[in-house]
Write a protein that binds this ligand. Structure first.
Ligand SMILES: Nc1ncnc2c1ncn2[C@@H]1O[C@H](COP(=O)(O)OP(=O)(O)OP(=O)(O)O)[C@@H](O)[C@H]1O
Length: 361
């Protein structure tokens, strides 16, 4: 039995349906990140699970029990929401102990739990400090300790690292994952930041207009976006219409080999940037050397921009036919701006997309 089950969960605001029949299971100890564009219903999902927003239809089950008549504070949840700030007039220990004291935990036991949690979040001995003396990152840790203190069966995070700078977020997200894994905490987290969602989660849920567009492991979703919407939401640009026949797709960029088993027909195709690679000199007449012979349809392009992403470079290309292309290549293989190149496509990085969606860009 899943710890959390949403069954047809629907929430409306007047005529607007913010959550539209969402079905979702979260297993015990699973870490699930919910991603999606602004307004897709992520926060509404958390609020409905927490009981802060009643459902108009459908059910929230926790441990198999319908929660519709259970108030928020009886659901056994840990909430770390942006609008649940720390109490500035209480010290760190007072903040973390708050929920424990509310539940009638004796002072002594609460103090011990506070000390344990401060160790856990990397702030040993900070119980007596005032909240105002903490950095943003330290405050987030205290908020996390407060949410974890009553040993919630489900921890819900809304933009947990939202206010922090990128470097700190990247470090903290790794720590968070290790912490949750170690504790065996079940987590449902909402974040705007893709990197954060993918680094944190066992499973990523992408939302679109109140519905789940795709749910899968980070690797699955990243490597095999299910639809054009998900592909574009993840930032992929090489999406095109294509006609597949016999393992080759005709596209505006020329012939593109597709993965084995791709059915013939007309559809949409994603070429992941790692599947666009360079072959020889785009200015020459081509076809002479071995690489060219293996890829007679290499598309000629001009390099228009390069963006450094650590050890890789994202290269923007202006092909002689078709829309702009994006390639991701190791730093040492990156051509210079203005250089003429020819590109070939790796079928392993080509993803047929579910049809039925308009091309929006
Ligand atoms: N209290 C409310 N009253 C009316 N409409 C609301 C209310 N709360 C949310 N909505 C609407 O419901 C939809 C979903 O909102 P929600 O806050 O869940 O989206 P989100 O995915 O969390 O967005 P963001 O990433 O911007 O926080 C939006 O269109 C929003 O305008």
């Amino acid at each position: 039995m899943p710890l959390l089950r949403l069954d047809g969960l629907t929430v409306r605001f007047g005529a607007h349906t913010a959550l539209d029949g969402v079905d979702l299971d979260v297993a015990e100890r699973e870490i699930v990140s919910v991603l999606g564009p602004s307004g897709s219903g992520k926060s509404t999902l958390l609020r409905a699970v927490a009981g802060l927003r009643p459902a108009d239809a459908g059910t929230v089950l926790l441990g198999g029990e319908d929660q519709s008549a259970v108030p928020t504070h009886r659901r056994g949840l840990g909430l770390m929401f942006q609008d649940h700030q720390l109490f500035p007039q209480r010290d760190v220990g007072g903040n973390i102990a708050f929920g424990l004291r509310m539940r009638g935990v004796p002072r002594r036991a609460a103090q011990e739990r506070v000390a344990e949690l401060l160790d856990l979040v990397g702030l040993p001995g900070a119980a007596g400090r005032s909240v105002g003396s903490l950095s943003g990152g330290e405050q987030q840790r205290v908020a996390l300790a407060r949410a974890l203190a009553p040993r919630p069966r489900l921890l819900m995070l809304d933009e947990p690292l939202g206010q922090l700078d990128r470097g700190l977020r990247e470090r903290l997200v790794v720590e968070l994952r290790q912490l949750f894994r170690g504790l065996g905490t079940t987590v449902l987290a909402v974040t705007h930041d893709q990197g954060e969602a993918f680094a944190l989660a066992d499973r990523v849920v992408v939302m679109r207009a109140g519905r789940i567009a795709q749910s899968g492991s980070p690797a699955e979703v990243w490597q095999r976006p299910a639809s054009e919407f998900v592909a574009r939401f993840l930032g992929f640009r090489n999406v095109t219409g294509a006609t597949v026949r016999g393992g080759v797709a005709q596209t505006p960029w020329g012939a593109v080999p597709v993965p084995e088993g791709t059915p013939d027909g007309v559809g949409r195709l994603l070429i992941r940037p790692a599947g666009v690679s360079f072959t020889g000199d785009g200015g020459g007449d081509g076809g002479a050397d071995g690489a060219d012979a293996a890829a007679p349809d290499g598309t000629r392009c001009t390099v228009t921009a390069r963006t450094f992403r650590g050890e890789r470079v994202v290269v923007l290309l202006d092909p002689e036919r078709g829309p702009q292309l994006e390639a991701s290549v190791p730093l040492r293989h990156a051509p210079a701006e203005g250089e003429r190149v020819r590109v070939v496509f790796d079928p392993r990085e080509v993803v047929p997309l579910a049809g039925g969606e308009p091309a929006d860009g």
